[in-house]
Design a binder for this molecule. Structure first.
Ligand SMILES: Cc1ncc(COP(=O)(O)O)c(C=O)c1O
Length: 445
């Protein structure tokens, strides 16, 4: 019989949690290669009509081994900064497997590096007229084909700050600026062979589907030379039991049908691109912490569990009010409670609030979108028991303010073929302070 896993999926058992915590300490991130692999296979099997390219949005988790594993599965990369390009290149990924979509402006060294990367095959997804003006002469002289990110005026995200398509965000060339931008491009004899829209992260799959229609409309109306249409990332993943993930097959079938219709209407065959980050990594990662203290705030208050890691290792609850599943594992490696099976617990009396160690009242793993603390049902742990936060593979290690309160960056471990591999060592205090300079003596009293 298969030993019980935390979420009922994958291979992370309570015994593995104990083993990782004993070996690497807490907090520590634990990723599962076989789940990442399944997700890669899943997106690569998305139905399509004239070909599919999947770019992993590396901002979700940019650790070297993760990039190597995912590109080894055949995915290309979506970059959001030049440094991501430099970093991926250091990981051994060739530039011709990258596309850059950034708010950065390429000047000085960034400009020459960008040109070098483009020469080596990186796709540049122009996001503003200014970006286009800065690259125009180079692109024109070297016959570089460009991509354009369009701001569609409408988007969808898990929270308002994750919606990248409405008027409250400024990613891409706004619909009302396309004519202007294209007439400048024409004056420079520039060609766009790709069109891109990313409407947001974790939003409604129905909105993702609607974007397919809208974007194909842009391709038809404005981009006669486009051969590739990129529908962005934002494929919804289900971290919590109550959530439903995007149906990749269903969305693919829809895109396929619409791309086929587009061909019948225009005679143009479009390659499809998508660039998921969350969908590939989110549920493949857990964050292991320990219960280091317990407190309460009186008869009208709450019971708190103080954990060995909080907002500095997973800032998503504080940033977005995001929910993550919780698991409690005893010090000797037994499952005490799992978000996926809370039946044995008392909904009234088994409520607790997990908080971190930071001197910050919002340092909790259970907050709503207004940063209000929300008690959650879970077992009653002892000091030293493990508190595991699921859904921490994406936008946790890569996005967290890890040196806040002078905590050190947590290690990352990958479970691969039953082996536990350390893919990031824990940061040392010396590394954390390495670039700091002392106050010159003349200013000290
Ligand atoms: C341009 C672009 N592509 C892809 C993604 C990945 O989104 P997700 O992680 O929701 O799939 C993002 C995320 O913000 C993005 O900005």
């Amino acid at each position: 019989m298969k030993t019980e896993t935390l979420s009922g999926k994958g291979n992370i058992t309570p015994a593995i949690i104990k083993k990782v915590a004993d070996r690497f300490g807490t907090p520590v991130y634990l990723y599962e290669a076989n789940l990442i692999s399944e997700k890669c296979d899943d997106v690569l099997s998305m139905p399509n009509k004239y070909g599919l390219r999947v770019r992993y949005a590396m901002k979700a988790n940019s650790s070297r081994a993760i990039l190597q594993y995912i590109t080894g599965k055949g995915l290309h990369l979506d970059l959001s900064s030049l440094n991501e390009g430099r970093r991926a290149h250091l990981a051994g990924v060739p530039y011709n497997k990258m596309m850059l979509t950034t708010q950065e402006i390429p000047i000085e060294k960034n400009r020459s590096d960008l040109e070098h990367m483009i020469q080596k095959g990186m796709k540049y997804n122009v996001c503003s007229l200014r970006q286009l003006e800065l690259i125009a002469d180079f692109a024109s002289e070297n016959n570089i084909l460009l991509s354009m990110r369009i701001h569609p005026g409408e988007g969808s995200g898990e929270s308002s700050t994750r919606n990248t398509g409405d008027k409250y965000s400024c990613f891409g060339v706004h619909l009302t600026d396309i004519d202007n931008t294209l007439s400048y491009a024409k004056s420079k004899r520039l060609i766009f062979d790709q069109v891109h829209v990313h409407i947001g992260s974790g939003g409604d799959p129905e909105k993702w589907r609607e974007n397919i229609d809208r974007e194909l409309g842009f391709v038809e109306k404005y981009f006669p030379d486009a051969k590739t249409v990129n529908f962005g990332g934002g494929l919804k993943e289900a971290r919590m039991p109550k959530e439903t993930p995007a149906d990749i097959q269903d969305l693919g079938l829809y895109a396929k049908k619409r791309i086929e219709e587009f061909y019948h209407k225009t005679g143009r065959k479009l390659l499809m691109e998508i660039e998921p980050g969350t969908y590939i990594m989110a549920t493949s990662g857990n964050l292991i912490t320990e219960v280091i203290d317990k407190k309460q705030t009186g008869p009208d208050g709450f019971e708190f569990l103080v954990l060995s890691g909080g907002m500095e290792v997973n800032s998503r609850p504080l940033n977005y009010g995001s929910e993550h599943p919780f698991y409690l594992v005893s010090r000797d490696g037994k499952l005490l409670s799992s978000e996926f099976n809370l039946k044995h617990l008392d909904k009234e009396n088994d409520q607790k609030i997990p908080v971190g160690r930071c001197c910050e009242s919002g340092d909790s793993q259970s907050l709503d979108e207004h940063s209000q603390i929300i008690p959650r049902v879970m077992a009653n742990p002892n000091f030293g028991d493990y508190f595991v936060i699921g859904g921490c593979g994406a936008y946790c290690s890569s996005m967290s303010p890890f040196n806040y309160n002078s905590h050190v960056q947590a290690p990352e471990v990958l479970l691969i073929n039953s082996e536990l591999i350390c893919i990031r060592e824990q940061q040392t205090l010396e590394q954390m302070t390495a670039n700091e300079q002392p106050l010159p003596q003349k200013f000290t009293s």
